[in-house]
Design a protein around this ligand. Sequence first.
Ligand code: NDP
Length: 434
Amino acid sequence: KKRNYNETEFHQAVHEVLGSLGRVIAKNPHYADNGLIQRLCEPERQIIFRVPWVDDAGNVQINRGFRVQFNSALGPYKGGLRFHPSVNVGIIKFLGFEQTFKNALTGMPIGGGKGGSDFNPRGRSDGEVMRFCQSFMSELHRHIGEYTDVPAGDIGVGGREIGYMFGQYKRLTNRYEAGVITGKGLLYGGSRARTEATGYGAVYFVERMLATKKHSLEGKRVIVSGSGNVAIYTIQKMQALGAKVIACSDSNGFIVDDDGIDLDIVKEIKEKRRERISQYVKLKGGNTYYKEVESIWSVPCDIAMPSATQNELTGKDAEMLIKNGVIAVGEGANMPSTPEAVANFQKAGVLFAPGKAANAGGVATSALEMQQNASRDSWTFEETEKRLAEIMCTIHDLCAETADEYGIPGDYVAGANIAGFVRVASAMDALGII
Ligand code: NDP
């Protein structure tokens, strides 16, 4: 705690993972040798840098950039970039730590990393976002590469930002190295289904988890928090598989539509106009309302898909959901449920899919993008989505089987932590003390 002073979210993530490892160490004590656990908790490299840029009014703005290269035992560092005013080193470290195990669960050759900046894209013009991205990449380009570290998007970083960053990387290095970043547009090396992958993947995971209890998505009432990339494609796949999504949100409040969310309107507001979700009520009318203060989790539902940000679902929220009869929770976001919320769900027997397993479809499809770039190929949407669906089923089964093996059936949290840990720890063990 002294060494990682004030890094609250990082402590939370480490605590959560290490809390699951007692049974593994008891069975395989050598995993505690050679400082392996301590090495796992210390990033291989952390880069913090100045990002100066000029706003539209001609003022110089200074932001802080981060890249935490957490663990490269399984492959080049891989993980997104987050642009949000709340970003600090503790948040990036928690995300990089989680990413290491998530990437291991995909079974693909990727290590863990994460980065970003405290830059707030909200209300900024295209020109300002471009100049910020160019300045950010002017430093970051020294630290990344197809074989070193491959960033992607996250909160506040979508197709537009990835395009500007890839453009600057190409200009600085004079190399068309498509495999250096993922989430690219289709015209310059992107993969079909990457935009949809995290949301679709989370739904596939929950569908398979429900099937273990003979439930399906058909007719279920679903709440999805957020209205960004993960939320939008979670809603889309939920609806395609017969569920009824009745609420979504942004950081100001949430909307409820008892007839089922009209996704075209959400996409128009969030992807095209870049406005607030409250606009939905004006555009849709009918059985809709908007609330600013209350928690979205007070709305009764069968399935909850927290898909906005960390710690957005508290112990109290979990109690409300349980009281209202929730049967399953799928984390689209990273660590959206507080430890109290997770404990409440597990105590109540709610099926609970932790983010590091349920939202791994995004990074898995990023790894498929890297494969396409390496082979200079481009797969169809159907082919890519089929592979994503297979990967999500495999991750689900790995978590479930691992939980069974360690005598805690149905505990996907421990299943994911243990299965991810065993892969990373085994590789680290084989590579020696580095
Ligand atoms: P976006 O920026 O596209 O959307 C984020 C959404 O969450 C927005 O609706 C935003 O509202 C809301 N939000 C952000 N911060 C807060 C906050 N502090 N309180 C309440 N709401 C907030 O990001 P993504 O959809 O890409 O990411 C969402 C989550 O999913 C994150 O936890 C991310 O790490 C995780 N994730 C994303 C992956 C991806 O492929 N994109 C892959 C795996 C995980 P507002 O517009 O008001 O800010």
